[in-house]
Design a protein around this ligand. Structure first.
Ligand code: GLN
Length: 435
């Protein structure tokens, strides 16, 4: 990776790592807890699968959609730094509320987490961008490092919180998720000395070159347009990628041969595989793009996103392979699943951290947080659509849905390759590196 990063980066890295630990830990046991019968050693709420998935779909959408009000609060009122702090408190309070064994407080706790993630997630990402000046060559690699932190939290949480929740009791699992967030909050408070110049509230009239309510310039407007178009890519991407927790998870459970060296691995463990791949391949993919850019070859964010969509889509072709192998009623080889996740993650690494960095380069300063909020809301919509597409597989069949996702993503990526140069013009050089 490139030269030394600002001292604030490790602080944001560890804060977000623990926030994601808390988020993905809780997410890993939510549906299991809802559907577990109300009697027995570790009782749940006894809901039907369908009801649990509906709540799950709304939850995973709302946590990200709430990034819009979270961004608004930061831009207009508190700045990102304070909003992130409040978000952390709300999340910890929410997770700890879930420890109580009571249905009313259960909904209240979920509400607190949704509001908390809304305040924290987008704003902490914008703060990473705030560590770098315009044209700083380290910005993209800073986001890659930050993204690896996210995924260390995401990889370990389902294993730890999942184990504690399923074996020792759901409420201990929720408690562990809450403790994770408290550790993140402690790191954040301790690290404030390294974050003095980032995420502070800037009143609109003080934003460089703009007076109160002054309309956006032509360049700013063009940049907002490219951003909104790029959010379309994001929706397509997450609609496909988020099959992992739903359809891919069910398919792994039912139709993949999970026996390795005589031991059957539980399906839920495979939920950590994509995040582990991000940690392993994050730097490799980022270096690949950096080398290309140094050689003067095309490596704009939109180009990366187009290639990422195609590579991720190809991951679903592997699942088509699995459905063909299992067509006679037998089980498919595990390698299909692993290859599918590998390709999906390589695609992810060309899209997700790239998009975060791209937004911080393009968003007009006075809308910096809210644009990031809209981005996360787009990913939230992708999450919700993912549920609907996954459901379709129950009627249309897995072969059709996996193959459909593959064909759609590849065609969509090719379309982007046709148009990305035109779109790049609208960025007006926002991606230029200043040596
Ligand atoms: N996996 C990433 C994270 O948890 C991306 C989430 C998203 O953009 N919806 O931060």
């Amino acid at each position: 990776m490139s030269s030394k990063h600002p001292k604030g980066l490790p602080i944001l890295f560890f804060t977000e790592m623990w926030e994601r630990f808390s988020f993905y830990g809780m997410r890993a046991i939510l549906v299991l807890y809802l559907t577990k019968e109300t009697i027995g050693a570790n009782p749940g709420l006894g809901w039907s699968n369908a009801d649990a998935l509906v709540l799950y779909g709304w939850y995973t959408m709302l946590v990200y959609v709430m990034s819009i009000p979270g961004g608004w609060i930061a831009d207009r009122w508190l700045g990102q730094k304070k909003t992130v702090f409040i978000g952390g408190l709300l999340i910890a309070a929410g997770q700890l509320t879930l420890v109580l064994n009571n249905i009313e407080t259960f909904y209240f706790g979920l509400g607190l987490i949704i509001a908390g993630v809304g305040c924290l997630k987008a704003n902490i990402s914008t703060m990473v961008g705030g560590l770098y000046k315009e044209g700083d060559a380290r910005r993209d690699s800073g986001f890659t490092i930050f993204y690896i932190g996210i995924n260390i939290g995401a990889a370990t949480a389902p294993l730890l919180v999942g184990y504690i929740g399923e074996v020792h009791g759901w409420h201990y699992g929720f408690g562990l998720a809450g403790i994770g967030m408290l550790i993140g909050q402690t790191v954040y408070i301790w690290g404030q000395k390294y974050l003095k110049d980032v995420g502070n509230f800037v009143p609109v009239e003080k934003v460089q070159g703009s007076t109160k309510n002054k309309p956006l310039t032509k360049i700013e407007k063009d940049r907002v347009i490219v951003l909104l178009i790029s959010f379309l890519i994001v929706i397509v991407f997450w609609t496909a990628y988020e099959q992992a927790g739903g359809l891919m998870n069910l398919y792994t459970n039912e139709k993949i041969n999970r026996v390795v060296f005589g031991l059957e691995i539980p399906a839920s463990l495979f939920q950590s595989v994509p995040a582990i791949f991000v940690v392993i391949f994050g730097a490799i993919v980022a270096n690949f793009w950096m080398k290309r850019s140094k050689k003067g070859k095309e490596s704009s964010s939109l180009f990366k996103m187009a290639i990422g969509t195609i590579v991720m889509g190809t991951g679903f072709l592997m699942m088509t392979g699995a459905t063909l192998e299992a067509a006679d009623g037998g089980k498919a080889m595990l390698i299909w699943l692993i290859l599918s996740y590998l390709l999906q993650v390589i695609g992810e690494l060309s899209i997700s951290p790239v998009a975060l960095s791209f937004i911080t380069k393009l968003a007009p300063l006075k809308y910096a947080s809210i644009m990031m909020g809209v981005y996360f809301a787009a990913t939230g919509l992708g999450n919700k659509l993912a549920g609907l597409v996954g459901e379709l597989a129950q009627k249309a069949g897995e072969f059709e849905v996996f193959t459909g996702i593959f064909v759609f993503c590849v065609l969509f990526g090719l379309l982007l390759l046709v148009f990305f140069k035109k779109l790049n013009k609208l960025t007006h050089g926002a991606e230029r590196i200043i040596e």
